[in-house]
Ligand binder design. Structure first.
Ligand SMILES: [Zn+2]
Length: 266
């Protein structure tokens, strides 16, 4: 996933997984002097939650001597997530959860942040658990396009989209947590006050029960999709990127998903 001369951006939320990843990549950097690292944190603007995470991320970066770049929803989109949710709720636009807004806006913010940092790849700390949950969610939604597209190393599809890598995709969440505990890494333990993805929670519970009864289930699902993916990729047509008429970022439609969401809350 990492080449000797990569300029890597690491998406650091301040939680255990992203900080374990940052510490491990910082260690690797010693043996790869041409690889450079920068940490990126997205400040969604969640009162009483993100401020603490930002401090924790910054103090870890300082300790590891890694530059820390913060991109905020307020700066990029003009609203904090709190403001977006408040407006959406008062407009009666309640069909979308906070996680759906945040997911779309955060993905774009990470890409913009990585580009501002001149990174050629951005690493996220999605664990084996996250990957398997996402696979099953895509199956339950019938979203085969996503199943084909969301892989541990994304393709080079557009000059404005920084390639994404997931170095922890085969690391169970428990092991990533264990690493953080044994290395005494300071991380944020508080769950996001908006965390409400009902389907993901159900799937997490289901997979964990399966794993407890049938050890290896998570790896089996992950490996099955990895083997199926080349065939899946042939069945979905390649995305034709356009340029969003509002923000100028790459988009599948004339108006990107972010701008469409923001139109509703303005
Ligand atoms: Zn746009």
């Amino acid at each position: 996933m990492v080449n000797f001369n990569d300029h890597l951006a690491v998406a650091v939320s301040g939680g255990k997984d992203s900080l374990s990843l940052l510490h491990i990549l910082a260690k690797m950097r010693r043996f790869r002097p041409k690889t450079s690292l920068i940490a990126i944190t997205v400040d969604e603007g969640i009162k009483g939650y993100r401020d603490e995470a930002l401090e924790i991320a910054a103090s870890n970066c300082k300790k590891l001597e890694i530059a820390h770049h913060v991109v905020s929803f307020k700066g990029l989109y003009g609203f904090t997530l709190d403001e977006i949710i408040e407006r959406a709720r008062s407009n009666d636009e309640t069909e979308l959860t906070a996680c759906s807004y945040c997911g779309v806006l955060r993905r774009k913010a990470i890409n913009i942040g990585a580009r501002q940092a001149h990174a050629n790849k951005v690493a996220t700390a999605h664990t084996l658990d996250d990957e398997v949950q996402t696979v099953l969610m895509n199956i339950f939604h019938g979203d085969i396009m996503r199943l084909a597209k969301e892989k541990p190393v994304t393709n080079e599809v557009h000059p404005l989209l920084v390639r994404k890598i997931k170095p922890f995709c085969e690391i169970p969440e428990k092991e990533s947590a264990l690493y953080a505990y044994t290395k005494k890494i300071k991380f944020q333990d508080m769950p996001c006050p908006y965390a409400s993805e009902a389907l993901r929670n159900d799937i997490r519970g289901m997979i964990n029960r399966m794993e407890a009864k049938h050890a290896g289930t998570k790896f089996t699902v992950f490996k099955a999709i990895e083997r199926l993916r080349p065939a899946l990729e042939e069945t979905v047509r390649a995305e034709n990127f356009k340029t969003c008429i509002e923000c100028g970022e790459p988009s599948a439609l004339d108006l990107c998903k972010t701008c469409e969401m923001l139109r509703h809350v303005r």
